[in-house]
Write a protein that binds this ligand. Structure first.
Ligand code: G3H
Ligand code: 13P
Ligand code: ZN
Length: 333
């Protein structure tokens, strides 16, 4: 049993309270490898932004849960070396799908876990989330629950199909479970293809697809029911079109990739939304840089010569998110 406090990590409680009050959101960036982690920490240290390092199922399969946890411990020391005296870094389990998995993360030093029971019947979601909260809170580990199902690319993004969070359920859910934050569904979804072309309009000037707006009425309904309670948005990549263009220019084949427009995320960050999850944008930034090096320097075979530019492109992306979208810069001095 290792407590996250001994690793220099923090939980989300105070961070979220300040973010809700201050009208900004904490970035939750997924990491799977050293270059992503370095880029995240460099950006957070440079901007003095609190940051959440997220470990997903795919990351655990790819890199190993134990190794990722030790990398996060190293990240705290790295942040200090970069001159960030009091790093505010959370190590968070993304989309935990069982009590056992959440417990194993708590026991090995994670400071926050998500138990995603959103696909279960309501009562089962409540029971599972409550069980995780009861265990995690003994060690002051914070817990994110989820209500409402994020639309997959195949799904209709519409309230009629009951994919959005139902504001009338949130008080009951949070009271019964004791969760510290709540992920909600308001029209975001995971991946780089968040909307089907037929759901979008076309910008006549650029010819780019313009997605439908998020369901801010649902968010407002949730805020009214749970004033000041920390809300989380998953699936919040913006799918930067310049990265998509670079990928396609250098041999890629990403067609009609569409994300959440930044101005909508800015608006969300000013509300009770205090954690915004971003993974796909980092994948795009990494892939664009690697493809460019491969295309322009076909004789290059030193991985540092393509992973280095990939890391730098991700660092710039994270800086941009922190400063221009979430507004979390200078909030962890
Ligand atoms: O929520 C999904 C994240 O983007 C992580 O996805 O399991 O493929 O790493 P992954
Ligand atoms: P994106 O696929 O939009 O980056 O969402 C990531 C996410 O929600 C991780 O939990
Ligand atoms: Zn997610």
């Amino acid at each position: 049993m290792v407590n996250y406090k001994d690793l220099g990590l923090v939980n989300t409680r105070e961070m979220f309270a300040l973010a809700v009050k201050g009208g900004y959101a904490i970035p939750a960036f997924n990491f799977n490898n050293m270059e992503q982690l370095q880029a995240i920490i460099q950006a957070a240290a440079e901007t003095k932004s609190p940051v959440i390092l997220q470990v997903s199922k795919g990351a655990r399969n790819y890199a190993n849960q134990t190794l990722l946890r030790y990398m996060a411990e190293g990240a705290v020391e790295y942040a200090k070396e970069l001159g960030w005296e009091h790093p505010q870094i959370v190590l968070h389990l993304d989309h935990g799908d069982s009590y056992e998995l959440c417990k194993s993360c708590v026991d090995m030093g994670f400071s926050s876990v998500m138990i995603d029971g959103s696909s279960l019947p309501y009562d089962e979601n409540v029971a599972l989330t409550k069980r995780v909260v009861e265990y995690a809170h003994q060690f002051d580990v914070t817990v994110e629950g989820e209500l409402g199902v994020l639309a997959g690319v195949e799904d209709e993004v519409s309230a009629e199909h009951h994919t959005y969070t139902r504001p009338e359920e949130v008080v009951d859910f949070c009271t019964k479970t004791g969760c510290d934050s709540l992920a909600i569904s308001i029209g975001t979804s995971h991946g780089a293809y968040k909307f089907k072309p037929e759901q979008c309009t076309v910008d006549p000037e650029t010819g780019r697809l313009v997605p439908p707006p998020l369901a801010f009425d649902v968010l407002e309904g949730v805020e009214k029911e749970l004033p000041g309670f920390p809300i989380v948005l998953h699936g919040s990549s913006s799918v930067p079109q310049e990265e998509v263009d670079t990928i396609n220019k250098f041999g890629g084949a990403l067609k009609a990739a569409v994300g959440i427009p930044e101005e909508q995320l800015r608006k969300a960050a000013k509300s009770a939304v205090c954690k915004i999850n971003i993974d796909s944008d980092s994948r795009l930034a990494m892939t664009a840089a690697v493809r460019q090096v491969f295309a322009e320097k076909p004789a290059e075979f030193d991985p540092r010569k393509y992973l280095g530019p990939a890391r730098e492109n991700m660092r710039k992306l994270y800086m941009h998110k922190i400063i221009n979208v979430l507004g979390s810069d200078n909030k962890a001095l």
